[in-house]
Design a protein around this ligand. Structure first.
Ligand SMILES: [Zn+2]
Length: 122
């Protein structure tokens, strides 16, 4: 039996489907945010305070959202209530990047295929 080649039509449908699937994932995305959310325990200004001797007695936690604008780092203090919301949004941003990269990859393949068939149709 001869090896069966995937027909160009099947290939096209598969690529279209993958692209649509990735588009749908975008629709399920929630609010997103670039940067990172960090949690910090801090020493205070009083040299006599226990936080200066014992790291486990430091104050906090303090939450901060850090992101960059034109190469400059911006820090935004977050309340303990806001922190999980921002953290979730940062996760969504990472997901967005993954989906976008997939869409771009699929687009590249599809465009090469479309260009080829347009050239053959001349
Ligand atoms: Zn202290």
């Amino acid at each position: 039996m001869a090896a069966r080649k995937t027909s160009p039509n099947t290939l096209r449908h598969r690529q279209d489907r993958r692209f649509r699937e990735a588009q749908q994932e975008l629709q399920h995305l929630s609010y997103f945010l670039k940067g990172t959310v960090s949690k910090r325990m801090m020493k205070c200004g009083q040299a006599s305070c226990a936080c200066h001797r014992d790291p486990s007695r430091r104050h906090g936690p303090y939450f901060e959202w850090t992101y960059k604008v034109q190469g400059k780092t911006v820090n935004v203090k977050l309340s303990p209530q806001a922190a999980p919301l921002y953290q979730a949004a940062v996760k969504q941003q990472r997901k967005l990047k993954v989906i976008l990269a997939r869409l771009e990859r699929l687009s590249r393949t599809a465009l090469a295929r479309l260009a080829k068939s347009a050239e053959q149709a001349r």
